[in-house]
Design a protein around this ligand. Structure first.
Ligand SMILES: Nc1ncnc2c1ncn2[C@@H]1O[C@H](COP(=O)(O)OP(=O)(O)OP(=O)(O)O)[C@@H](O)[C@H]1O
Ligand SMILES: [Mg+2]
Length: 316
């Protein structure tokens, strides 16, 4: 893992997990069991996935994460490095295992995910070398521990960078002052449908409008099979309709692929339409494979019945 000669444009600070997949006949629910087939361990983690998506889209990207010195951790960092992510500021901990997830997948692509925090999901503040953020144009902290994320966001803003976050529905309450503090520092916010519903129960457009009021200039809502929606603070919007007929195998990490690819486009000075088009294309590729980054290392299946992705832009 060599040190890159240029400073990164995007610094992602957060998690890298090992995802264990089991193909099950049905998803196990409360007081129920599902015995299935082990499909293997795959690199995952929202931050690692986002960084990998951005790097493979050509953005100079650094990931500051924390893994164990177990068998999986160092090889995980190597795999990310092989995808072009600078991992030289990532931390290894000999006393804990790399954090992991257990994913049940049924034959329809439906999933249930259990995260097992091993105590080192993210690097602590004092483990992050302050020079890791130097020169960054965008910093993307994992928005899981909101206070931790807001502190990193503040350092990023103080250093002249913009902040990007991806809000998972379980990680926040819409009225939480800590969330509002983080959003006041944030320029790019990504949400899925469940997260958007926390800001408006029926309308992703109104959810985006509510988010603009709290700070972010760009709001991107991942809408699953419906595609994605991008709202800009000037009132213009971009809607991407996902191609129909895509074989859905595993949607884990699709939102991370969307966010990382979108940010790479932003850093390359591309238009919101171009950013969203590439982002949805990569998220679509992601869901055709087991594992949240497999689409980056294995060629996509030949297009068959899929229809083209379409984009609509409205200007205020
Ligand atoms: N079932 C699906 N069919 C077609 N496209 C999908 C589907 N699920 C996800 N996508 C694509 O992936 C993008 C992100 O999806 P979504 O917002 O639902 O992910 P997410 O819930 O954030 O996923 P994760 O948190 O696991 O990364 C969507 O905008 C869409 O382009
Ligand atoms: Mg998501």
């Amino acid at each position: 893992m060599s040190t890159p000669s240029t400073s990164p444009d995007l610094v992602v600070v957060g998690d890298a997990s090992i995802d264990h997949y089991v193909q099950v006949p049905h998803l196990a629910t409360s007081d129920n069991k599902a015995i299935g087939r082990y499909l293997g361990a795959f690199g995952g983690g929202m931050s690692a996935n986002l960084a990998a998506a951005a790097a493979t889209q050509g953005a100079r990207t650094r990931l500051v994460t924390k893994v164990g010195t177990d068998r999986e951790g160092p090889s995980e960092l190597q795999a990310l490095s092989d995808l072009g992510v600078d991992v030289t500021y990532s931390v290894q901990d000999a006393t804990h295992r790399t954090w992991m997830c257990f994913v049940q997948l049924d034959s329809t692509g439906e999933k249930a995910l259990i995260g097992a925090d091993t105590g080192i999901k993210i690097p602590q503040r004092d483990e992050i070398d302050p020079s890791a953020l130097h020169g960054a144009r965008i910093v993307a902290p994992l928005a899981d521990d909101l206070d931790w994320a807001a502190r990193i966001a503040q350092s990023a803003v103080d250093g002249g960078a913009q902040v990007a976050i991806d809000l998972e529905p379980d990680a926040f309450g819409p009225d939480d002052p800590q969330l509002h503090q983080l959003l006041s520092l944030t320029e790019y916010v990504f949400l899925n449908t469940a997260s958007a519903q926390k800001f408006h129960p029926h309308s992703h457009a109104r959810a985006a409008a509510a988010l603009h009021e709290l700070g972010p200039g760009t709001v991107v809502v991942g809408r699953g099979e419906q595609g994605a929606y991008c709202s800009l603070a000037d009132g213009s919007t971009v809607t991407a309709h996902a191609p129909a007929g895509v074989p859905v195998v595993d949607t884990t990490g699709a939102g991370d692929a969307l966010a990382g690819s979108f940010l790479a486009g932003v850093l390359q000075g591309r238009s919101p339409e171009a950013c969203l088009r590439t982002a949805v294309a990569n998220a679509t590729a992601c869901i055709t494979r087991v594992g949240s980054r497999t689409y980056l290392t294995e060629p996509a299946p030949a297009p068959s019945t899929t229809e083209p992705l379409t984009i609509e832009r409205t200007l205020r």
